[in-house]
Design a protein. Structure first.
Length: 120
């Protein structure tokens, strides 16, 4: 059974907005070749359900959903759990796990702080 990973972001009507997320997904796919990686957006793009369906079609039986947000607001406290609950009903055979927002990871916080501190 293949593992899947979904990067879940807010989304924007501006297509260039998604480019950094696409680069992260590409980098992850290279670092984790055995894992199927997909992007999903709350608005304006591939939905969580569409991303899960795409990964399921690639044989993913377990999917981690990583919110690419800095912190937990209403979208992560209410919207995403509701979307995951709906997806669990629609994809009963797939184990879906919602992770903490990547922006709350201490390594990410330090990397951002280091990048800001070293910028001139």
């Amino acid at each position: 059974m293949r593992q899947g990973l979904i990067l879940f972001a807010h989304g924007s009507s501006d297509p260039q907005w998604a480019q950094p997320f696409e680069r992260i997904a590409l980098s992850l796919q290279k670092k984790l070749p055995a894992v199927a990686v997909a992007l999903a957006f709350l608005e304006h793009g591939t939905s969580l359900e569409e991303a899960i369906a795409a990964l399921a079609a690639k044989g993913a039986g377990s999917i981690r959903v990583v919110p690419v947000f800095f912190g937990q607001g209403g979208h992560l406290k209410e919207d995403l759990p509701n979307l995951i609950a709906q997806a669990r009903r629609a994809f009963a055979g797939i184990d879906l796990v919602q992770e903490m927002p990547i922006g709350e990871n201490p390594a990410v916080i330090e990397a951002i702080a280091s990048a800001i501190a070293s910028a001139r």
